[in-house]
Design a protein around this ligand. Structure first.
Ligand code: GDP
Length: 281
């Protein structure tokens, strides 16, 4: 028969089930479908099947492969001639990205429902490692798009905050991080990631203030109702830093472009988002 050691190597190379889950959220038109399609294409370059766009009524689960040169949290100090790099090439790390279906308002409510289910799940198979919140950085100059996007992001962060508060304080390190994937940086009308961050923070601050005011007004009649405010301290201006300080939830805004990833024409394509994924693994 085949030596046992060989069996093990063979099994690892073939099986290695993707066990890390990521949830892809964001307003319609941000590029989520394009991104999951790209990840699938990149993880199976040999198969030349043309990808039809996903029909929008089902939640899609894409299996992606992390490029071997992308470091993970556990091997971030690896050098180029480290044997573990060879191992990573032979047996790449896989992860799963769930894209949410539906359109417009429906997409938002379904995305939030999916997030609640995954974030609160104790099942290791559906354990959520991170949330990717994709935005179209060329569309954010429009006031109503900014408002919609920030409202969605605010509600997503509130779910993560509720989860963080329900957990024990010793579990601070296991808070689910969120990446704002600032997409479409190839367009010359795109806002740079720094401006995207500022706009989202300022808009979330406004949403938070009006919510707080609403609660104060309501409190005169219903004192019982204790709704949560994002990042707790309503005195301070909202920022992602404040959120991290108050709840342990890390938010990063990183630019990229789904278009041009294969051509390496526009900056880093999706590479820096893959690096963020790597740091969650
Ligand atoms: P979804 O609604 O979030 O799934 O968005 P889609 O994936 O359907 O993308 C919406 C539109 O944006 C499509 O026409 C895509 O081709 C386009 N798109 C996606 N990513 C990029 C990008 O990085 N740059 C540019 N210029 N267009 C993009």
């Amino acid at each position: 028969g085949v030596p046992i050691a060989l069996h093990i190597i063979f099994f690892q190379a073939v099986a290695s089930p993707p066990s890390s889950n990521f949830l892809l959220l964001g307003p319609s038109g941000a590029g989520k479908t394009a991104f999951t399609t790209l990840l699938e294409a990149k993880s199976s370059p040999a198969s030349n099947k043309s990808h039809t766009t996903h029909t929008s009524q089902q939640s899609t689960l894409a299996t992606a492969t992390l490029p071997p040169t992308v470091p993970t949290a556990s091997n971030r100090y690896r050098s180029d001639n480290d044997p573990s790099l060879k191992e990573a090439i032979r047996n790449p790390i896989r992860y799963r990205v769930r894209d949410t279906p539906g359109h417009g308002k429906l997409r938002v409510s379904q995305g939030l429902a999916e997030l609640r289910a995954m974030a609160l799940s104790k099942d290791i198979k559906t354990k959520l490692r991170g949330v990717l919140f994709m935005v179209d950085t060329a569309a954010l100059v429009d006031e109503s798009t900014l408002r919609d996007t920030a409202t969605y992001l605010h509600d997503v962060l509130l779910v993560l905050q509720k989860r963080a508060k329900n957990g024990s304080s010793s579990k601070r390190t296991t808070e689910i991080p969120l990446l704002v994937a600032a997409n479409k940086q190839d367009l010359f009308t795109a806002l740079p990631p720094g401006a995207v961050k500022e706009k989202l923070e300022a808009e979330i601050d406004r949403i938070r203030q009006s919510k707080n005011k609403g609660l104060l007004d309501a409190a005169e009649t219903e004192v019982e109702d204790e709704e949560e405010i994002l990042a707790n301290d309503d005195q301070e201006t909202f920022s992602f830093k404040l959120l991290e300080f108050e709840t342990g939830i890390k938010v990063e805004v990183v630019g990229g472009a789904v278009k041009g990833d294969q051509e390496e024409e526009f900056g880093s394509g999706v590479r820096r988002w893959e690096e963020w994924v790597g740091m969650c693994l």
